[in-house]
Design a binder for this molecule. Structure first.
Ligand code: NDP
Length: 269
């Protein structure tokens, strides 16, 4: 039996990918591995300046990347993100719904607008981006891959202050499974990655502004968090980038509607 070579399985040189929130953190980790595997990558981010810098970093390595300004919670900006990508690279074969926010607010202090914002950016965006991209994939008739970045909070709460976030991530996991069912006839495979604690600029920012329940000390909280990681370290963006590459490539040829937990073992504890 002749099997496809590993090099060919990992080769994304005929593919175009959009990574939302790709200017930094986990999104940049994913964009890096895709570009290295030969994909043409659109870095779509609300912060155009940072997205330009990141696209530049990839291009400096001889890889192909472009930056597009996009607030993923706005339908017209998502439409533009897809149109710009098709105009620049010809198609979209891979979408990573990564952009997300995780402001920490205790539920009893949460305003309606705080709740709505997290749901719009983390959950509605997944619907908007997936629908627009899938439409394009169906028109091209070549199938595609959609990868949604959920969280271990899609399965189990990691800390207080994240009710809106946990609701959004449970929602993305539900969306992933149903979209996988609906889009399979079009050869569009939809999967999720559930990261645990990954050291990113976003996490650093949240830790600085954490609203803790009375009597809870920040240092103690961090120590407890670290003690719950069987692998004994926080994750890095590349830990997620490598799994995203697996899901984007033909290495994952028989997976749809799945969620891969990448948490150093946290959910075991
Ligand atoms: P970061 O905040 O480090 O990076 C996210 C990027 O997305 C930033 O560039 C941010 O821009 C951008 N962004 C924010 N809002 C929007 C928007 N409306 N439209 C487009 N881009 C936007 O986050 P992480 O890399 O840590 O997280 C990425 C994803 O991974 C999120 O979905 C998060 O929920 C998930 N995740 C992260 C974990 C972690 O421990 N880091 C754990 C589990 C899940 P700006 O800086 O201007 O806000």
């Amino acid at each position: 039996m002749e099997l496809t070579s590993l090099a060919k399985l990992l080769d994304l040189s005929s593919k175009t990918a959009i990574v939302t929130g790709g200017a930094r953190g986990i999104g940049l980790g994913i964009a890096y591995r895709f570009a290295e595997a030969g994909a043409k990558v659109t870095i779509a981010d609300i912060d155009k300046e940072k997205a330009d810098d990141s696209a530049q970093q990839l291009k400096a390595k001889g890889w192909q990347a472009v930056a597009v300004a996009c607030d993923v919670s706005k339908a017209d900006e998502v439409e533009n993100m897809v149109a710009e990508t098709v105009k620049t690279f010809g198609s979209v074969d891979i979408l990573v719904n990564n952009a997300g926010i995780f402001p920490n607010i205790l539920v009893m202090n949460m305003r309606e607008e705080d709740f709505d914002k997290v749901i719009d950016v983390n959950l509605k965006s997944v619907f908007l981006c997936s629908q627009k991209v899938a439409k394009q994939m169906i028109a091209h008739g070549k199938g595609g891959k959609i990868i949604n970045i959920t969280s271990i909070d899609a399965l189990h709460p990691s800390s207080a202050g994240l009710t809106h976030y946990d609701a959004s991530k449970h929602g993305v996991w539900g969306f992933t499974k149903n979209a996988a069912l609906e889009l399979a006839p079009h050869k569009i495979w939809v999967n999720a990655i559930a990261p645990g604690g990954i050291a990113t600029p976003g996490v650093e920012k949240v830790q600085k502004n954490l609203e803790l329940p009375q009597g809870v000390d920040m240092q103690k909280l961090l120590e407890n968090f670290m003690a719950k990681i069987p692998m004994g370290r926080m994750g890095e963006a590349d830990d997620i980038g490598k799994v995203a590459l697996f899901l984007a490539s033909d290495l994952s040829s028989y997976i749809t509607g799945g969620q891969i937990v990448v948490d150093g073992g946290v959910l075991l504890s």
